[in-house]
Design a protein around this ligand. Structure first.
Ligand code: NAD
Length: 284
């Protein structure tokens, strides 16, 4: 049986990072290196791994990253004061607060304190609202990475029917908006959608962002569709996506792997947003 073409997010991210590195080298020669503050609260193992990956990626392209570590027990007020300090520091271009925060902290209130020009994760409520008008200062990294993957794999999305499974503020909702802006028609599904497989099967482009391991089976996919798997799920069988890759790759025309699909693109977009934040500030 024919196999779908693999959309190699790692290769595309490497290519984009190389181009960005060149721009940053030129920028740094004229100004200074872009600088990202990475705020990590507590000692959650997975968060530590993600932060280290982001810092390593910064180093590769020439972005300075500043490690801001706070103890698990830090209070909301102390964390807020730290954000205010980073907002006021002129040498900091971007601020990333690694999520999730410990349960005693209100993440949405912390994110809302970040200066929107430094909100390189694009999660500030103002940036989220401005995204609806196509005017956000920064677009969230994962949806932006998915759009870049789709533009690379498909080209124009105009007139395509896209189905997004998941409506989180981090992924599903902003992605649905970006797809609309790219002139796709969009179905945004969620856990209360009846018969999601029937709707999904209509789609030319199917994006799964649910956190449910291998939810999307071959029966959810139209023959010849392009399938993007955002999910990262740690199971006894190892790291798996939200798509049953082995089955779906016989139905789809193109598909992203997990790992090596959306993940590297998310980091590439964080670097891109940080460079943009520095450029807008220093070369207005
Ligand atoms: P979330 O838990 O905030 O949202 C999940 C969404 O999926 C919800 O809107 C929910 O309604 C929907 N959903 C859940 N079960 C469903 C079902 N059976 N049918 C239809 N919809 C269903 O999760 P999130 O933050 O959006 O992340 C989703 C997945 O993407 C997770 O696996 C996460 O680890 C992964 N993720 C990956 C990256 C990356 O860089 N690759 C970045 C962010 C998130």
């Amino acid at each position: 049986m024919a196999q779908a073409k693999v959309i190699d997010g790692k290769a595309l991210a490497t290519q984009l990072n190389a181009a960005l590195q060149e721009k940053i080298t030129a920028f740094t020669a004229q100004q200074r290196a872009p600088r990202l503050a990475v705020v990590l609260v507590g000692d959650d193992y997975a968060s530590g791994v993600y932060v280290q990956r982001k810092r390593n990626a910064c180093a590769v392209v020439g972005i300075d990253s500043v490690d801001v570590r706070l103890p698990h027990a830090v209070t909301q007020a102390k964390l807020a004061a730290q954000i205010a300090e980073l907002n006021a520091e002129p040498s900091i271009d971007g601020i990333l607060v690694q999520l999730p925060l410990p349960p005693h902290l209100v993440a949405s209130e912390i994110i809302a304190l970040i200066n929107i020009a430094k909100d390189v994760d694009g999660l500030h409520p103002l940036n989220q609202g401005l995204l609806n008008r196509g005017a956000a200062q920064h677009v969230p990294c994962t949806p932006l990475g998915v759009m870049r993957l789709l533009q690379h794999a498909v080209g124009s999305l105009a007139g395509k029917l896209a189905a997004v499974i998941g409506r989180s503020v981090l992924v599903g909702q902003p992605l649905s908006r970006l797809l609309l802006h790219a002139d796709a028609s969009v179905i945004n599904m969620h856990s209360k959608t009846p018969n999601p497989s029937q709707l999904a099967r209509q789609a030319d482009i199917l994006v799964a962002a649910t956190g449910v391991p291998r939810l999307v089976t071959a029966a959810w996919v139209k023959r010849g569709a392009v399938v993007i798997d955002v999910g990262i799920n740690r199971t006894e069988a190892g790291l798996v996506g939200d798509v049953d890759y082995e089955a779906v790759c016989h139905v789809a025309a193109q598909i992203t792997p997990v790992p090596g699909g959306v993940g590297p693109m998310t980091i590439a977009m964080l670097l891109h947003n940080t460079y943009n934040a520095a450029r807008r500030k220093l070369q207005p």
